[in-house]
Design a protein around this ligand. Structure first.
Ligand SMILES: [Zn+2]
Length: 262
């Protein structure tokens, strides 16, 4: 079984986007125990479906990637892709101008720190310009979020990003077409293994939030493991749709002055 794995923030807050540092350390130990091969995302896509291999990805570009994730990855010589939100680099993850319920407001890496990470071998991909919900954008706004983010990475880091991650995992045909024009691969948030039939710009990813328990990781590739994620995906569907509806409603009516709601 081959899969793209995702983390967001490595911190101890206990939020749904957070992996505690000691859990991350244990996950990396497991990933380097010989059970699977860790390869870059482009290399993973090229491997046969039955290979036991993973690619490591990190969304949003949190500052704690540099302090808590990168040292462990470099120690083991592991490849990773870091997806950055180009207009938010050096700021925080308060995408709509204020924090989302239950999500900690955290600092994001700046361009110079990203430059050092690129020099050290980290692959920087795009996660749009503003963490926009691409599922509802069209025309120039959509193009700006996708192509505009790639241009900014070229301008700041001197290299063209090859991989894109859709914010919130939401997508439309228009978004896929735009992403196809600019990037070689793109990732969604569907919780399953990568299949040879997957479109290059609609690749699934397994969120490591669901693999905090190492016993679940030990079942890697088994029927039990695949069933666990099929159930998670099914349960997450209605909740994700509700969150998407609420977020779109909120973004349509931003609070005056962009201040945090009481
Ligand atoms: Zn994100």
């Amino acid at each position: 079984m081959k899969a793209i794995l995702t983390w967001h923030s490595i911190d101890a807050s206990g939020s749904v986007i957070s992996t505690p540092p000691e859990v991350f350390a244990a996950q990396v130990d497991w990933l380097t125990s010989g059970r699977v091969r860790v390869v870059s995302l482009p290399n993973l896509v090229a491997l046969p479906e039955q290979d036991d291999a993973v690619a490591l990805t990190f969304d949003d570009g949190f500052a704690n990637f540099a302090t808590h994730a990168a040292p462990r990855l470099f120690d083991r010589g592991l490849a990773a892709t870091l997806f950055v939100v180009t207009d938010r680099v050096g700021l925080t993850n308060d995408w709509g101008g204020y924090p989302e319920a239950g999500i900690p407001s955290l600092p994001l890496l700046g361009w110079s720190e990203l430059g050092h990470l690129v020099e050290a071998g980290v692959d920087v991909g795009s996660h749009s310009r503003s963490h926009a919900d691409l599922g509802i954008l069209q025309g120039p706004k959509l193009a700006d979020e996708v192509a505009g983010s790639a241009e900014r990475i070229v301008a700041e880091l001197g290299q063209r990003p090859r991989v894109f991650a859709y914010p919130y995992g939401t997508v439309s045909d228009a978004a896929t077409h735009e992403v196809e024009r600019v990037f070689e691969w793109a990732c969604l948030a569907d919780l399953r293994a990568v299949r040879s039939t997957d479109h290059r710009t609609r690749l699934p990813r397994i969120d490591m939030y669901y693999l905090r328990n190492l016993r679940t990781l030990d079942a890697w590739g088994s029927v039990t493991f695949q069933a666990y994620f099929a159930i998670r995906q099914a349960l997450r569907g209605p909740r994700q749709r509700l969150r998407t509806t609420l977020r779109r409603r909120r973004m349509a009516r931003p609070p005056a002055g962009g201040k945090s709601p009481a």
